[in-house]
Design a protein around this ligand. Sequence first.
Ligand code: SDX
Length: 386
Amino acid sequence: MPEPADVQRGLEDVVALESRICYIDGKGGRLIYDGYDIRDLAAQSTFEEVAYLLWYGRLPTASQLAELTTRLAGLRVLPDTVLQILREMPKDALPMDVLRTAVSALAVFEPEETKPGAASIGGAQRLTAVLPTILGTFHSLRNGKEPPAPRPELSHASWLLRAIRGTDPDPLEARALDVALILHADHELNASTFAARVTASTLSDLYSAVTSAIGTLKGPLHGGANERVMELLDEIGSPDRAEEVVRAKLARHERIMGFGHRVYKVEDPRATILRDWSKKVGEAKGSLRYFDLLRAVEGVVHREKGLYPNVDLYSGSVYALLGIPRDLFTPVFAVSRVAGWTAHVLEEYEDLRLIRPTARYVGPVDLAYVPIADRGVAIDGPKPPA
Ligand code: SDX
């Protein structure tokens, strides 16, 4: 049997494809979207402008941005059929499962976008525009309220907050969420984006690729970490307990959520920006409790494990201060990342190649087939489910 190349578990450091969308300098701690440093985009751009950049590969003119903003606002409405499905959802359904289900359902009722090979910027804009409505509608219904009325005059970030919270954000709140959406919009071949590209590489459609991506982002080692960081803060309670709780977890070889990264070997630049926003919003709200706890945890984890914060460490504290319920933190990540997922699907279509790695086979070969009558009683192997 030919000797295959060395196994790269988790495809670590494997260069799978070329892309113009995102560059991560893991050693230097830099993140670039289509040539623009994330620090410049977070300071001066908006989510709508960044979505345009990811989809078209260039920043929009004022009129192009105005046109996109209007178009996205017009694409926020859910079909009654999908609204009915959301009404049937159990109130305790996991929001990421609801999001994944709603996107799948949307595909059924918008078939033009689900034919094999169907992927367009129009479809990307539709999915990007509608995710906040899905979240806000589910959250309203699970609280016994009617779905949020459309507010086309609101920006994407403001609509997201309005749809979830039921109240309009003030300028600081709107800007804080807009920056968080900019920071989460893309990140090269992270697991959920890779899942989207694998799906697209078979010539499957955009909605299927986004459904794959949502299911992938849900995992605690990926998008699910932001919610678990807050659970850690609940467990710690006060900064003076951070050392005791974190060291005990590390002693049990547990992962501290919000730390470490497959690519960044220094601080995730998104964590740097979110740390500042966590403090800024905390000061505006008169509550630095989360910020102080996170700073204490940072100190212990860096000293004990030499690990740096990633994007998920501070994002949850900003969302909590904005009044977003904790179980919607990962869905908010998806609301942003759908811009990147769809940009990567469109790029995959431009230079399509079926993504299909190989595995090193380590099982037996040439076993003789024994008829079942001669196999006697099973003496080992997994017990059948009860
Ligand atoms: C995101 O890929 C992306 O770009 C993702 C993302 C994006 O924008 O899409 O950036 C978003 O998913 C950020 C990551 C969110 N996840 C978490 O915060 C979960 C906690 N982090 C870890 O599980 C871990 O750091 C990963 C999964 C993020 C990366 O893991 P790797 O690259 O597979 O590293 P590893 O598991 O091989 O760990 C190397 C060493 C191990 O120590 P040893 O067993 O060799 O002694 O570092 C340790 C690990 O135990 N380690 C941690 C740790 N992360 C790594 N130890 C404690 N706590 C941690 N968080």
